[in-house]
Design a protein around this ligand. Structure first.
Ligand code: AQP
Length: 325
């Protein structure tokens, strides 16, 4: 299977990004043809600091590698370095009605979050995402739940293009992580954990042990004191159980039994230990990689060279089919 996915270099990658997306990628690269992108053109659709962008791109690349992506098995590159992403986005933009873009949940949410930054790029975000995916004739897109609607729109765009201009694109499918597709904020378990949300609600993949401890111990819990999974009635503890289960690889049912006679504090203390133990190797790896910037940049250069071959071939076909060549 051909697989494509990416992360916006908008800040420190958190355990939601990891459990919802990156952790799956590491497994998928073993048996598939994987392409993973640092989607910087998406990052500039919301407020950002230009002085910080290159640092964020490097950090996101290092995160991919520290989490276990292997450049021998996966193609890793920066979106803006392959101009065909923007070119295809323009072409696809001509076949998608504006109303469909205005209906996208993420557009509405980001518009609310940044009312002074509602730019045409934000509206066109899903078109660029469709271009990212279709450019590589992708079959599977492993993402968190928040991106599912965009992958569905990508399918619609591909189908419409194929009908209008002849069979050109493969129709991609979303691949959602079974339980980690939507990790919630520790401070507000009805909202997703986010890089640019409340920092206290978000555990960074490389947070130091002391920080992990303080965030988990301060996590919002629910009334009552039972450790049971019930996202409607107990969203806080259910979110923590999900995180515990995914890092410890113990089923939630088993955790409920294990913590039957214990209270929230016991449970949180145990979760802190699990998180610190699981994330420590990633923290070490990141430290080593940050000292090897030349090596990391070479991985991106190589990735660009490989991805470009596929991108150029698709764009040629698209332009031919649209009558532009
Ligand atoms: N809370 C989450 N739980 C599970 N998966 C998540 N993802 C994001 N948040 C969660 C998935 O992580 C991948 C990369 O996300 P992104 O960087 O492209 O942008 P995003 O979805 O907008 O993520 P953030 O962290 O909330 O960033 P900001 O604050 O910049 O908007 C995607 O597969 C996403 O589904």
């Amino acid at each position: 299977m051909r697989i494509f996915s990416g992360v916006r270099p908008t800040g420190d990658v958190h355990i939601g990004n990891y459990l919802g997306a990156i952790k799956q990628w590491v497994k998928l690269q073993e048996k598939n043809e994987c392409i993973f992108c640092i989607v910087d053109l998406h990052a500039i659709t919301t407020p950002y600091k230009k002085e910080q962008l290159q640092k964020n791109i490097l950090e996101t690349t290092v995160t991919y590698l520290a989490a276990g992506l292997n450049p021998e098995k996966s193609i890793i590159f920066v979106q803006s370095q392959i101009k065909e992403h923007s070119e295809l986005a323009w072409l696809l933009g001509t076949i998608i009605p504006v109303g469909e873009l205005q209906r996208m949940t993420q557009f509405k949410e980001k518009t609310k979050k940044h009312p002074k930054y509602v730019n045409a790029g934000l509206l066109n975000y899903p078109v660029l995402m469709a271009a990212d995916i279709l450019l590589y004739q992708t079959q599977l897109v492993p993402v968190g739940k928040d991106q599912q609607q965009h992958v569905e729109l990508t399918r619609t765009i591909a189908r419409r293009f194929n009908q209008q201009f002849g069979k050109t694109f493969k129709l991609p499918q979303t691949l959602l992580s079974k339980t980690g597709a939507k990790i919630m904020s520790l401070q507000n378990p009805t909202k997703k954990m986010s890089k640019t949300g409340n920092p206290r609600g978000c555990i960074g993949l490389f947070d130091k042990p002391g920080i992990i401890k303080s965030k988990v111990m301060a996590a919002v819990t629910d009334t009552g004191k039972e450790i049971v999974y019930n996202p409607q009635k107990k969203p806080g503890i259910s979110n923590l159980l999900t995180i515990y289960s995914l890092f410890s690889e113990k089923p939630i049912k088993q955790l409920e039994t294990e913590f039957k006679d214990q209270d929230y504090v016991d449970f949180k203390e145990s979760l802190v230990k699990v998180l610190i133990k699981s994330l420590e190797p990633l923290r070490q790896k990141r430290k080593e990689l940050l000292d090897r910037e030349v090596y990391v940049n070479e991985i991106l250069n190589q990735g660009k060279r490989k991805a470009e071959i596929i991108a150029q071939s698709t764009i040629k076909e698209v332009k031919k089919n649209m009558g532009l060549l």
